[in-house]
Design a binder for this molecule. Structure first.
Ligand code: EPZ
Length: 419
């Protein structure tokens, strides 16, 4: 099994280029199923979940050519409606294929989704919305079966601003008969990127006001060239790594408006940060102050940056409180951090973090994608050499992470204990 060996205590200095957004890739590649002809998508991140997703699309009959982050995708011809779970084990991010196959084939047969290390990941809101568009849902032999004679525009209120449900319903409604009104939608930048993609291809989608989206069904979409937005969570992660190692880093190719809460919180903790339209420069030379954080749907503080900032809080002055309102099991990094000497108490949806002068190196295991990033962040600042095991979690969502950290002066090696 591969692991990272990290020698901590070195400030990260220099420039890091941010990759395209993993969480924009899935809905946009899914939406490409609605387009006949060759669409070209740029800045596709080479992370495990995306590589798996592309293989699943190929298995459905989609023609895909890849060339270093640029892919052409052509869904012309017969596209299967069933994803076979015997062939596809990693289904992360595939939820938007539900809306895309419904929009394309009026049928979708998917292995039952949901359930991962950070929470149950139900899709009840996705299904409620699809039913309101005319879909019948059934379950058989571990597969979800969705079918519709046709999709008819409807008014749908989302009980929770679910990112995936918003994406699925936008995609399914794009070619429905009539107009669909979505209320209380998610407002993440990846949603805006999906809407831009579909409108550029000929859809008619309008954000009437934040959280309210009108989708006027169209008959046909045409192929386009499109570039994904930068990965705001990758950007946030490197900023926090720069902060915890008291470094001086510049992250490039970002949209600062996409991760404003992280920038504001780091400033509150004592980092010196300058931003211009697509760059952020962070300088940190002392111990940080504690802060309180509550994760919320966008534009609130992103849950996907919560474990990483918990690492920073672990070596800040005073006590910080984190309230996690999005996922029910997203404090799993605390276990590894405690092994490194962090003082963290978990009470239901709250983590109380009492900062200590310095963490010590340890051998710790990544439990999930952002939890793994949090342990790497902590190990970069800890005294001594740490091992981070089970880094397959991290490879799911961070492109070339050890190369990018090395370029910033961090001492990190990918090794294999051949177990
Ligand atoms: C997306 O997940 C992201 N994943 C997640 O990023 C991110 O943490 C999350 O949005 C919130 O921002 C992708 O885009 C691939 P949700 P998603 O539906 O769509 C509950 C990462 O680290 N819910 O907004 O699954 C759900 O259980 C990943 O990159 C329902 O109850 O998130 C959760 O508690 C992790 N019923 C909350 O809503 C539903 O039908 C947020 O889920 C749907 C969701």
């Amino acid at each position: 099994m591969e692991y990272f060996e990290i020698e901590g205590g070195r400030p990260l200095n220099g420039i890091v280029k941010i990759s395209g957004a993993k969480n924009a890739t899935f809905p946009i590649l899914s939406a490409a199923l609605l387009i006949d002809g060759k669409t070209r998508i740029k800045k596709v991140p080479g992370v495990i979940d995306v590589i798996n997703f592309i293989n699943i699309l190929k298995g459905l009959g989609v023609k895909i050519e890849e060339n270093k982050g640029e892919i052409t995708i052509d869904a012309t011809g017969n596209i299967k409606s069933k994803i076979d779970h015997k062939k596809n084990h990693n289904l992360r991010g595939t939820q938007t294929l539900l809306g895309a196959l419904m929009g394309r084939n009026k049928e979708a047969i998917l292995p039952s989704l949901g359930g991962c290390n950070i929470g149950a990941r139900p899709i009840d809101l996705h299904l409620k919305g699809l039913k309101e568009l005319g879909t019948t849902i059934s379950w058989k032999g571990g597969y979800l079966r969705a079918k519709a004679k046709k999709l008819i525009g409807s008014s749908i209120y989302l009980d929770f601003p679910s990112v995936g449900a918003t994406e699925n319903l936008i995609i399914a409604a794009t070619k429905a008969d009539g107009t669909t009104i979505l209320e209380n939608t998610a407002r993440e930048p990846e949603i805006e990127n999906l809407i831009d993609f579909l409108n550029k291809a000929g859809a008619n989608i309008q954000t009437k006001r934040p959280g309210v989206i009108y989708i006027k069904g169209v008959k046909k979409l045409h192929p386009i060239d499109f570039t994904l937005i930068p990965d705001r969570i990758e950007a946030a992660t490197y900023l926090i790594m720069g902060a915890i190692t008291r470094g001086d880093i510049t992250i490039k190719d970002v949209r600062t408006q996409d991760f404003e809460p992280v920038i504001m919180k780091l400033k509150e903790m004592g980092a010196e940060i300058e931003t211009n339209n697509n760059e952020v420069h962070l300088f940190a030379d002392g111990r940080f102050k504690s802060v309180n954080i509550k994760t919320l749907p966008f534009p609130g503080f992103p849950t996907d940056a919560q474990p990483q900032i918990m690492s920073l809080m672990s070596v800040s002055k005073g006590t910080s409180i984190i309230t996690e309102t999005i996922f029910e099991n997203r404090f799993r990094a605390a276990e590894g951090l405690q092994k490194m000497g962090a003082s963290i108490r978990i009470e239901h949806d709250t983590a109380i973090v009492t900062g200590t002068e310095r963490l010590n190196s340890a051998n710790v295991t990544a439990t999930d994608l952002r939890g793994g990033a949090a342990l790497i962040t902590a190990a970069l600042a800890a005294k001594g050499t740490s091992k981070i095991l089970d880094i397959s979690h991290v490879d799911r969502g961070y492109e070339k992470i050890e190369e990018k950290i090395k370029k910033l002066g961090g001492h990190i090696e990918r090794k294999n204990d051949n177990i």
